[in-house]
Ligand binder design. Structure first.
Ligand SMILES: Nc1ncnc2c1ncn2[C@@H]1O[C@H](COP(=O)(O)OP(=O)(O)OP(=O)(O)O)[C@@H](O)[C@H]1O
Ligand SMILES: [Mg+2]
Length: 262
């Protein structure tokens, strides 16, 4: 399998004192499902944001799909970003817009500012949006306002908006942190399915170790801005979890097994 993403010696410093990432190095192959886990403040969100340059790295290299992300100009970056879908904990939908309008926003990266502002979408794009919403079980909600949806439904719209970009990579920052176990399972099942059957690579930040273990091909453990574990979900030990979390908290979650999502 070919490498889709390379993170090489990436560091990120905020201000004088906060080193959010220190010499982070790893790579992700096409079609892999990778979870990033670690305690609060470890640098997980910063890492995801560096990958699509929502945050600029202080040093190091990010290479996505043969592009040196840190070297791209504005126009090149816009183009590369169409291939990277983002999914957020709080969905980031436009509340007053309908489900299909929010989904179509995923096409904005392909349009001029004016066409985007006028909401000029082709028939093909609308059909594609409807098709994706159907796959995600939202066919009944297509014309509903987004603020009338449940959290789990909102997150599925977030996924639809990312998918209509036709991405190679999905970056998901705590996609289930605001959801109950049932909705969490639905979202994680969709993400896994998107990876396995559509071949889209998934990198997801998670707080729940048991969920990470259940769904991922690989786990990257981060503590204080450093990668302290990088290996398969199968190979991880409770000692590794202890290293990642630096406390008994992680070990406890690990010992409890897959009780959160069944
Ligand atoms: N824009 C910013 N300005 C200054 N410091 C920041 C900024 N973003 C993150 N940080 C700091 O960088 C460190 C890593 O934060 P980050 O949000 O990446 O952690 P995290 O692992 O995602 O945490 P959580 O699990 O709570 O979401 C923290 O010390 C945080 O305070
Ligand atoms: Mg975070």
């Amino acid at each position: 399998m070919t490498t889709l993403l390379e993170v090489k010696n990436v560091s990120k410093q905020f201000g004088k004192d906060t080193k959010a990432l220190s010499n982070v190095t790893f790579s992700v192959k096409e079609g892999e499902f990778v979870s990033v886990i670690g305690p609060s403040g470890a640098g997980k969100s910063t890492l995801l944001r560096c990958i699509n340059r929502m945050v600029d790295t202080s040093s190091g290299e990010i290479i996505f799909d043969d592009n040196y992300v840190h070297q791209l100009n504005k126009k090149e970056l816009k183009k590369v970003r169409t291939k990277i879908g983002m999914i957020f904990q709080h969905y980031n939908l436009v509340n007053r817009l309908s489900v299909i309008e929010n989904t179509l926003h995923g096409r904005l990266g392909y349009k001029s500012t004016l066409a985007g502002a006028l909401g000029l979408y082709s028939e093909d794009e609308k059909l594609q949006a409807a098709r994706i919403l159907q796959i995600l079980g939202l066919e009944e909600q297509i014309y509903k306002r987004s603020d009338q949806l449940s959290g789990g439904q909102k997150q599925r719209v977030g996924i639809a908006r990312a998918l209509i970009q036709d991405p190679k990579l999905l970056l998901c920052d705590e996609p289930i942190a605001s959801l109950d176990p049932n909705s969490s399972k639905i979202i994680m099942d969709h993400l896994r399915n998107i990876c396995t059957s559509m071949g889209i690579t998934v990198v997801v930040n998670l707080h729940q170790v048991d969920v990470a273990l259940k769904y991922s091909d690989r786990i990257i453990g981060v503590n204080s801005g450093k990668v302290v574990f990088d290996g398969t979900a199968k190979s991880i030990t409770s000692n590794d979890i202890h290293q990642i979390y630096g406390s008994d908290e992680g070990k406890l979650i690990f010992d409890l097994g897959g009780s959160h999502v069944s």
